[in-house]
Design a protein around this ligand. Structure first.
Ligand SMILES: [Zn+2]
Ligand SMILES: [Zn+2]
Length: 150
């Protein structure tokens, strides 16, 4: 997997990704996509909004929610459920497949490199169902929550 953090996509890149996904590249969408793709922490909608507010004072939280929903529909990011029940997204799909380890105690979400052998490329899906992605989720107790480290 390449550079997991620093890489900042350009406005052109972002606009291109939006158009490929069939969405118009509006200023709000470009800003929101930039915020989620530059972020490896599975941000909540509220966090995306907080991060953008200084530069986009008229952007509302409900616009961020709607935009993230449209990104999820378009396959630009993935809906995550953290432990706190808020809408969270994973916007790092363009960097390659990865899986998640989710702590059953605190709900923290960790990115785990994909191991090809862990995935069946030919799952027994019902007829007529089209596979668009495979995701694995590991349930863990994270180091923070593990009794051994106390
Ligand atoms: Zn934990
Ligand atoms: Zn992730």
């Amino acid at each position: 997997m390449r550079g997991m953090s620093e890489e900042k996509p350009s406005t052109e890149d972002l606009a291109g990704r939006l158009r490929e996904a069939g969405l118009r590249a509006t200023a709000n969408r470009v800003a929101i996509l930039g915020a989620v793709t530059g972020h490896w922490g599975h941000p909540a909608a509220e966090e995306v909004w907080e991060a953008l507010r200084p530069g986009y004072p008229t952007l509302s939280l409900s616009t961020v929610y709607q935009t993230l929903e449209s990104f999820i529909q378009a396959g630009l990011c993935v809906r995550m459920r953290g432990g706190d029940g808020r809408l969270r997204v994973d916007g790092t799909l363009h960097a390659g497949a990865h899986d998640h380890a989710i702590c059953r105690k605190c709900g923290a979400i960790y990115d785990i490199p994909r191991q090809a052998e862990a995935v069946s490329a030919d799952p027994p899906l019902p007829d007529g169902m089209q596979l668009t992605a495979i995701r694995l989720e590991y349930e863990v107790i994270c180091r923070e929550c593990s009794p051994q480290t106390r």
